[in-house]
Design a binder for this molecule. Structure first.
Ligand code: 5RP
Length: 223
């Protein structure tokens, strides 16, 4: 099976977690895109969705799925999204697609984070994938120095020769060379740096379930 086929398989499996008549929180990225395509097939069963990025909102709308502002929504049963890495405790690195802040906000309103990922994303120790940190642009250098003091090798994310700009008008530092043995503590530590909007560590509120696409089928990991 190709990686895309594994992503498609977990996206299909995630439909079982969607609650009829409710609003669904929807993530960003290639796996989330497969999920949106599946959600489009059952759009009459749900009230609508809250999107974690402009790209996700556009794709949801293209399927005729109503997109709600989070301020109109009090709770959701599930938030469904991919991850760049997930460990055996349900802690994740996210933000490879640049949507970490809105992903964290939408996920915080959901009862359960359902992670959908192919098996390459499951790791023993988080950190091989550079940890994305969204920063207010004027704090790029000061936060980079603070991340370096924590042992990371931070690099400003670029696009077309310019700093990458998030949906929130901010920049992203990708912090490489970390071996994250205590994800909850590091999440809290980086959150407290002045100028950090959010860090792509989802550990304090990690995944409740991971649907993992493997060559032998979709495995369900519950945390
Ligand atoms: C976007 C994310 C994505 O969930 C993460 O990058 C995984 O993406 P993909 O499903 O394309 O592998 O956090 O900000």
């Amino acid at each position: 099976m190709t990686q895309d086929e594994l992503k498609q398989a977990v996206a299909r499996a995630a439909i079982d977690y969607v609650v009829d008549g409710e609003i669904v929180g929807v993530g960003t990225g290639s796996t989330a895109n497969f999920f949106i395509d599946e959600l489009g097939k059952i759009r009459d069963r749900i009230k609508g969705a809250v999107a974690s990025s402009e790209a996700t909102a556009a794709r949801l709308k293209s399927h005729g799925i109503p997109v709600l502002d989070l301020n109109e929504v009090e709770r959701m049963s599930v938030y469904i999204d991919g991850a760049d890495e997930i460990d055996h405790g349900g802690a994740m690195i996210k933000g490879g697609g640049g949507a970490l802040t809105r992903e964290k906000i939408v996920a915080s309103v959901a009862d359960k984070f359902i992670c959908i990922a192919d098996e390459s994303k499951l790791v023993d120790v988080l950190g091989k994938f550079p940890l994305p940190v969204e920063v207010i642009p004027m704090a790029g250098k000061s936060v980079a120095r603070a991340l370096a003091a924590l042992g990371a090798n931070p690099v400003l994310r670029m696009k077309d020769g310019q700093p990458y700009v998030t949906d929130n008008g901010c920049h992203i530092l990708d912090a490489a060379s970390l071996q994250i043995r205590d994800p909850k503590a590091l999440e809290q530590q980086i959150n407290q740096l002045a100028g950090v909007v959010s860090v792509g560590l989802f550990a304090r509120q990690g995944a409740a379930v991971c649907l993992l696409g493997t060559a032998t089928g979709v495995k369900t990991l519950a945390f």
